[in-house]
Design a protein around this ligand. Sequence first.
Ligand code: HEM
Ligand code: HEM
Ligand SMILES: Nc1nc2c(c(=O)[nH]1)N[C@H]1C(S)=C(S)[C@@H](COP(=O)(O)O)O[C@H]1N2
Ligand SMILES: [Mo]
Length: 351
Amino acid sequence: MRLSKPRPGPPRGRLGAAGRGTNLALLALVPLALATGVLAFAVGSGWARWVVVAHGVAGFAILGLSPWKSVVIHRGVRRRRPGRSASMALTGLVAVATATGILHSTGLAVSVAGITLMQVHVASALCSLPFAAWHVMARRVRPRITDLSRRTFLRSGIVVGGAALGYGGVQGLLRLTGLPGGDRRFTGSYEAGSFDPDSMPVTEWLDDSVPAVDPESWALRVEAGAMGGTYRYSGLSAFDDRVRAVIDCTGGWFAEQEWEGVRLDRLLPGWEQARSIEVHSVTGYSRRFPAADAPSLLLALRAGRRPLAAGHGFPARVVAPGRRGFWWVKWVDAVELSSTPWWWQPPFPLT
Ligand code: HEM
Ligand code: HEM
Ligand SMILES: Nc1nc2c(c(=O)[nH]1)N[C@H]1C(S)=C(S)[C@@H](COP(=O)(O)O)O[C@H]1N2
Ligand SMILES: [Mo]
């Protein structure tokens, strides 16, 4: 009888049950974190609160699984298969996303060198997507019917319950300890410059820059069927509709201001018959709103009784209560009624 030589390297057998379970849990949790993160940006009020909570719990669950996943990783790394570096990149990106998520929410660090941790958080998370997709294709774990066992449900319950306790515990601790993270808005954003427009941050979505608009030559083009026309700055200044509303930037800050200007239902007679309202900026930036929002949308010329600063949209900007900052189009030069549905646009601006 011939003795076979002991094979070098790690065992080649199947992944243990714990490893399989960990991978399958991550297969659910990573997409959940990505989806709830993006959704939290798209929705600014109402059930957005629960989306943010679900996001935090998903993030904590991923963190909680890391001791188990590190066993899988050690084993996998020793196999030296092609694409290992892609798996390591995925690990780095998810680690950065998790760490920046938690750092941002504690308030211990909110920005570094002019970049907010929320920007790093979102960028690292979105960059992880292709690596994650590759990883699950290349290291396939096929769910089995036996995965739907009582034990799986029990384990999932422990992972999710533990993560919820961890998340809730951290939120409670932030309040108790008086760390800045304790009094954030439900979106996770920090207060910055409320009732003091001058100290409110100036933010652009991607690559816009602040244009200098001359109020003498500027005019607002209004397209509302036969009721359209143009308004000069002086004409618009006569309106005095007011709304107190919170602008909440996805970069992680919010501010409440007294905004003054003109309600869009006044500017756009016949809005009831339209499907949407398109708002254009002199920079080319634009957003499309549901027509039914007309009475709650304001074209603001002033904040805190004074004309808008150049950075905040002078001469006129949208105030869209309950919507995230990227809807608050600045430097508006046209509003028009449209028969296109409001959702016929990219969910987030492209510039
Ligand atoms: C947070 C997300 C994840 C990270 C950071 C991550 C990272 C890693 C790393 C670094 C390795 C070892 C290197 C390699 O084999 O390429 C690995 C192995 C592996 N991963 Fe993941 N992974 C994640 C999620 C998943 C998911 C969702 C699945 C499947 C559903 C999965 C299945 C596997 C499998 C089967 C192995 C090989 C284990 C072995 O060969 O013993 N991973 N993972
Ligand atoms: C792999 C993907 C992701 C992971 C693991 C992750 C993880 C986390 C964690 C652990 C927190 C801290 C929760 C807390 O302690 O309060 C957090 C917060 C946050 N994340 Fe993510 N995240 C991911 C993707 C995203 C994406 C794609 C977005 C947006 C497009 C996003 C937006 C946010 C926001 C706005 C917060 C602040 C809310 C809060 O502090 O509770 N995340 N994330
Ligand atoms: N034209 C234009 N309007 C814009 C943006 C932009 O990039 N271009 N950024 C939006 C985003 S992301 C936010 S948060 C707010 C920021 O308004 P603020 O600079 O007055 O604080 O403006 C919104 N309006
Ligand atoms: Mo923003």
